[in-house]
Design a protein around this ligand. Sequence first.
Ligand SMILES: Nc1ncnc2c1ncn2[C@@H]1O[C@H](COP(=O)(O)OP(=O)(O)O)[C@@H](O)[C@H]1O
Ligand SMILES: [Mg+2]
Length: 499
Amino acid sequence: MLARARSVALIGVDAVPVEVEVDVSPGLPSFMVVGLPDQAVSEARERVRAAVRNAGLPFPAARITVNLAPADLRKEGPLYDLPIALGLLAAQELLPAGALAGVVSAGELALDGTLRPIAGAVNLALLAAQEGLPALLPEGNAAEAALIDGVSVYGAVSLLAAVRHLTGEVRLEAAPPPEPAPAEAALLDLADLKGQTAAKRALEIALAGGHNLLLVGSPGSGKTMLARRAPGLLPPLTRAEALEVTRIHSAAGLLAARGGLVGHAPYRAPHHTVSDAGLIGGGSVPKPGEVSLAHRGVLFLDEFPEFSRKALETLRQPLEDRTVSISRARATVTYPANFQLIAAMNPCKCGHHGDPEKACTCTPAERTRYAGRLSGPLLDRLDLLVRVPRLTVEELSRAPETEGSAAVRERIAHARRRMLARQGTRNSDLAGQALRRHAPLAPGPEAFLRAAARQLSLTGRGYDRVLRVARTVADLAGSPEIREPHLAEAVTYRPRELT
Ligand SMILES: Nc1ncnc2c1ncn2[C@@H]1O[C@H](COP(=O)(O)OP(=O)(O)O)[C@@H](O)[C@H]1O
Ligand SMILES: [Mg+2]
């Protein structure tokens, strides 16, 4: 007898329908699964067999064939355990006819029959909502999936609980939408950082407009300290942005434990030893990388030149396209990656080049080599470069700063609201026609920018980046027009040769 269960496959952050067909026929006992990669098949078979038996349910001594259709679709991860097990029971008429046709299910089975959370529950719920069907998922995924409007989500702790729900023996309650994620624990305050007015100003501009920022300064000058204060300054995400971010975090399997819409702009700070797959995305079961987890938020790369050369060069694509494409044996997956980069680095290998007190011990060749780790094309994709000089002991022991994060956050939020009201996006997202329309220059300022561009030999990309930053400087000043002082400030931050 043949049974069919509905499930999904994740392609990037999109869930697409997959049908799980299970046939149980008389014959020599066997268990064949087609439509999955080899390794995953054998693992799924063993888990399903053990889980069904350990749940006290009958496992047929017959010829079992499972087909995951469509066959040409890339399917990965253990999410088919539950639909396979349910199909197996339906094929033996242990579930009411049609019980499986009206539900989308997915879940990983432990050998004792309990259900483990899977990645991508939010994405699955979005598809179920489109199809007008309820979702049957591991209990650990219920809260995140229930975020999606228009879908009933049933969370089962085990295979047995899922079966009893479908037979009507013990119906599960639909999961209520989760409470909003709790506000972050006390965030670090900008008032802790003494001096560094230029760096603070550059951070304010970068966060307001979503621009990329590079901090260059000697060890101990407060670069890391400054970057860690970014989360307390970022404006909240719009509802649409929050949903985009939540889908990515769900696809990465990061939400199961917490549930709740990701309402804060993400802040990701991977160590420089992160693998390429960890940074960009990929792996044997493809997962979004840090660049995608930082979508709509900040990616902080401390000790920037210490990242592998390959990692730094692969950053160029997402910095330009705002997405990453990961090529796999059979398909290419694309994840959103519209993050803003904050990077920090020492000016040279020993770290003291330009320091008024400590002498630099690097040879000119060493300095050139160090600066050369960041290629011209990579630097060209950054928007603001600011030097962070080390403070003297006297400066450090001064009275605390009077302006804290609250005031800066207010100015950033205000500028961001101006951008959204004018063009619906942050200034960093303006390109082509939209940039000309929303950042027009009067003849005077235009002549000024052209002269600056010639003097600095700006590329076309560099010119546009200065214009976007100037748009943000004007927005922070509450000015509808971009004036010369706004452009002049933007130009001073334009990254150029590091040596
Ligand atoms: N401007 C500053 N105001 C207050 N403390 C500072 C400042 N600069 C450095 N420090 C102190 O020095 C320590 C090291 O700063 P850090 O941000 O790690 O420097 P960097 O990342 O530039 O090497 C900080 O934990 C802080 O105690
Ligand atoms: Mg540091």
